[in-house]
Design a protein around this ligand. Structure first.
Ligand code: HEM
Length: 164
């Protein structure tokens, strides 16, 4: 059976959806405030990785990862159902504008709505369960620490001198 990613077309089609979705999140007065201090290129990169895995059918660990990465928004900024519902409307509009079939849009929306409890922490998920989270965490570290690594070693690795 074809995965959602296969049916979307290719990685470029997914990138187009993510760009349009974020444009709508930033235009929407209900969701915009959450992104005031957020590093958008980084979030979009993480979204891209997460959705690629999710749309290939890899769901292990997704709920825990999303619970952890949105917990501070629930705790400190009052993220709740109203914001999630607007986010879903924005995602659906982006999918439709990209020209995807009603059946595919409905399937993706069902998947996205199923993540609400995890994102809002309505039902505590306690374990990491698997490798997806590990892969995303490694990527997160790589993105977050790229500057530090470059600054710490500006000249790059020098070959060790051979004994003379
Ligand atoms: C199905 C729904 C959602 C998915 C799949 C999703 C996915 C993601 C991903 C993958 C990240 C990057 C996490 C990381 O840094 O490792 C992220 C971060 C973020 N998301 Fe979501 N998200 C969803 C819903 C929402 C909603 C409803 C809001 C608010 C209206 C929101 C606001 C944010 C913000 C502000 C960040 C950046 C957090 C930070 O770095 O401090 N997300 N999201």
């Amino acid at each position: 059976m074809l995965t959602i990613l296969d049916r979307l077309g290719d990685q470029e089609s997914l990138d187009k959806i993510i760009d349009l979705f974020y444009q709508k999140q930033l235009e929407d007065p209900v969701t915009r405030p959450f992104f005031t201090n957020a590093k958008l290129p980084r979030i979009q990169q993480m979204q891209r990785s997460l959705l690629t895995m999710l749309f290939c059918g890899q769901t292990t660990g997704v709920a825990f990862y999303l619970q952890e990465s949105h917990a501070h928004l629930v705790r400190d900024h009052g993220l709740k159902h109203e914001h999630f519902a607007h986010t879903m409307t924005n995602l659906e509009a982006a999918l439709k504008e990209c020209g995807h079939t009603p059946a595919l849009v409905a399937e993706i929306m069902m998947l996205a709505w199923n993540l609400e409890d995890a994102i809002l922490g309505n039902r505590k998920i306690r374990s990491m369960q698997g490798t997806l989270v590990d892969a995303l965490r490694l990527q997160q570290e790589a993105l977050g620490e790229a500057d530090t690594v470059v600054k710490a070693n500006p000249e790059g690795d020098k070959p060790e001198k051979a004994d003379e």
